[in-house]
Design a protein around this ligand. Structure first.
Ligand SMILES: [Zn+2]
Length: 399
């Protein structure tokens, strides 16, 4: 199969080629990329699909998902293990429709992602590539404990929880150590132990941290990725760049919360209504969060810290897996579309250690790619116009 289009973004953050063709070989790999005019001569037997005024780019990564997060559903009583599995499967389908061919799940009901991946390997279902951290770990009463995150305390308690989750099949470890307040949850000693335990076992470790001084504690501990980093400073981003700590800003999730809350307040607040009163209270966090991303993103990006695209959208009726929107905000805040695409392709693959398998359009890599209408290098919003998606050379979505 040969795919050709006017534009091709390789994923390296710089390159957008014109009039290229991609040959997907029998093993589902990218066998060749080159001048579209040459393709037919090289592979006379192959079927050619010409998408015209369209862009071919590497399959996207969403580095922060929760496929099994059903806690925001209004009919929670219906969510037994079966329903949660169907729910997660729907998320998986949705990701393929959007061109997301790899996800990193950072907290799900125990075993869910392991089994979803296995079901995919058995051919029962079609799912993206899955890397997961099983349930994740917080302190007793810490952020996420009501949403299925495992509670653990003390350096040895945290190590034991990591060992349990690795035994259960986790590929990564996820720690949660801040919520919206300024008081960090885990102590430095606990964070250091978590990082040491994960690294000692050859596994990478992500941390949910958005506020100060929690962010600095996590940088000092040496996590591999910091999730949110909402109030990250330039000096801290520089430290992260030096230490090889990547940043998943999740701009969209906070912006969405900010906008929803704003609408609610603008509609008129009756402070006797607990939902409205809560909105006013929440906005004291969401507004500075939204502004921090808007005002600082480009400065932080320019420090050279590795930026990762992650959506982290778990709200009821919110747009699912809004990774296109995440890249859209990055462009609104000052980077180029081609740079933004790299945060959801090459950067993600390299942090996951699978950059020799997928994450770029390069000969020898897996045929994970999407084709969208228009020129993504000029207009990042073209990503919303998905024409076709391929996973390991197999078409998994078409309009
Ligand atoms: Zn999350």
């Amino acid at each position: 199969m040969i795919l050709r289009a006017k534009y091709l973004i390789t994923g390296d953050g710089r390159t957008c080629l014109q009039d290229q063709a991609v040959y997907l070989d029998k093993e589902g790999k990218i066998g060749w990329i080159g001048d579209a005019a040459e393709a037919a001569g090289r592979y006379p037997e192959e079927m050619v699909k010409d998408y015209g005024e369209a862009t071919i780019l590497p399959g996207l990564f969403d580095m922060h998902v929760h496929f099994g997060y059903y806690y925001s559903q209004p009919d929670l009583d219906n969510y037994d293990d079966y329903m949660v599995a169907y729910y997660a499967l729907e998320q998986a389908k949705q990701s393929l429709r959007l061109g997301i061919t790899t996800v990193r799940d950072l907290s799900c009901p125990p075993n869910l992602m392991k089994q979803l991946r296995l079901a995919g390997q058995k051919g029962y279902v079609t799912v993206p590539r899955i890397i997961h951290a099983d349930a994740g770990i917080c302190m007793t009463g810490g952020h996420g404990h009501q949403d299925g995150v495992e509670e653990a305390d003390s350096p040895w308690g945290v190590r034991a929880a990591i060992r349990r989750q690795l035994r259960a099949g986790a590929d990564w470890v996820k720690i949660l150590t801040s919520n919206r307040g300024d008081i960090p949850e885990f102590t430095q000693e606990e964070l250091d132990a978590a990082v040491d335990e994960a690294h000692r076992q050859g596994v990478k470790i992500a941390v949910h941290s958005g506020t100060q001084p929690s962010i600095q504690m996590c940088i000092d501990a040496g996590f591999d990725t910091i999730e949110h980093g909402t109030f990250l400073t330039e000096a801290q981003a520089r430290q992260m760049a030096e230490k090889g700590i990547a940043w998943t800003p999740t701009i969209t999730a906070y912006t969405y919360l900010y906008e929803q809350t704003k609408q609610m307040i603008e509609a008129g607040v009756d402070m006797d209504n607990p939902i409205a009163a809560r909105a006013v209270h929440d906005q004291a966090f969401f507004q500075p969060a939204f502004e921090a991303y808007r005002d600082n993103f480009k400065k932080l990006y320019d420090t050279g810290v590795t930026v990762l695209a992650g959506s982290d959208m778990v709200l009821y009726k919110a747009p699912p897996l809004p990774i296109h929107q995440e890249l859209g905000y990055m462009v609104d805040y000052g980077i180029t579309p081609v740079e933004a695409v790299r945060t959801a392709t090459y950067n993600a693959a390299s942090v996951l250690g699978i950059e020799k398998e997928t994450g770029s359009l390069k000969e020898g890599l897996a045929g994970d790619l999407l084709v969208v209408k228009g020129d993504v290098s000029k207009n990042i919003r073209a990503l919303d116009d998905v024409l076709e998606v391929y996973l390991a050379g197999k078409m998994v979505y078409t309009v």
